[in-house]
Design a binder for this molecule. Sequence first.
Ligand code: ZN
Length: 497
Amino acid sequence: MKKKILTSLFVLMLSLFVAVQASAANNTTRLGGQDRFDVSINVSKEGWSTANTVVLANWDAFGDALAAGPLAYKNNGPLLLTKADSLTPRTKKEIQRLKAKNVIIVGGPISVSENIVKELRGMNISVKRISGNSRMEVANNIAKEMGKASRVVIADGFNFPDALSIAPWAARNGYPILLTNNKHNLESSTLNLIKSWNVTQTVISGGPLSVSDQVYKSVPNPKRYGGNSRYEVSANIANAYFKNSSQAFVTNGQVFADALTGSVLAAKKNAPMLLIQPNNITGTVQNSIINNGYSKFTILGGPVSVSNNIQNKLNGDLVGQTIVVDPGHGGKDPGAVGNSLAEKEIVLDVSKRVNSKLKDSLAKVVMTRNTDTFVELPDRVKEGEKANADLFVSIHVNSFTDPSANGTETYYNSQYVGAESKALAQEIQKELVKAMKTNDRGVKEAGFYVIKNSKMPSVLVEIAFISNTNDAKKLASASYRQKAADAIYTGIVNYYK
Ligand SMILES: [Zn+2]
């Protein structure tokens, strides 16, 4: 008997432990370090236990290295960095760890000196240098080294973001990256290369200010991925080529080194390279994460490049979740009216505020209406089914003939996943009462259509009474509407915890 109790206690503790483990979402891997050398080495360690071939580039001049990602990928080896005069000791150690037999240096002796070549040969490594009179020529020579391809990629040779955003896709498919000159045009040697290869499609990364329209008109079957910023270009490339990936690489769009060395690993993992600001994911990139459903992230660089705030955001419980926000009523159906207020207007406003909080946590939100329109109840339920939603939250305000009735209540239904729905209702109710300072009328079961027929955890929230003077004052106030939205949001977050 005693043993049985102990066993069940053990099982209980084990399940608690598992629950705790599961609640701390861990969607991110950070490949960071003190500096870009560390990052490149950590990328290398993550991607390769050994590698026959390593590509080596200068640590602070991106010109020669911009096109090197696809070359490294083709050789199934990492791209490592060195200072120009002598092989950076940490990089040397990493080359030894990889047991590399070949090193391909990209760039001339000013980028990576002859001393380094000697040092590598002294390590019994065979060395090949790919150089040229300009970065455009280096890129052409890298392309030739990779071999003839049916598609090529063109990017700005004098700024790095667009080339690095497209690098994982180019690398994965074996397409070389060719570069424009400082006038954003192609050198004749590059055009000749494209012609001689009978290229069938030219993919241009970046807008006309990076790769000119003249280039666009002179290459075979061009396809351009532009954008208003480097961030947008990276998002547009992800949207075009990495729709079916579940993971993404995230890096600071202002520095080249981490994106450069990380691009080879991103290619290996079939992940896009998303560029962000150290403490901000711009709107288009955020939408790309949400709409493509990325739920695993590799962060390139330390917390100065990509802040811990961003990492926490990517680690959030709502990442990858789809949530229906259902503002009640609308159009010809005003819902409850009273104290010069209409329910349909209040709940749409609160719902929009909930929507923006959820999106900021990288959840995908489906609004059953965004404007003052009438939507039938079955259509609201269908929206959730269509989106294969994880949660359904219907937002209403209450009314009663007796104006003294007041307070907050949240409903669930037991038809499908009653326990989960009830738990969600309790979390939201608790937060709403606290935030709105309303009378706690509790969590109740009811057969409202949208919660009875939604198969996922679903609740219907009655924020407060429009028919009560005190409650109505709060419902009329923008700051209380925000409080209500924050509370609903926090309730959802707590439910996931
Ligand atoms: Zn209602």
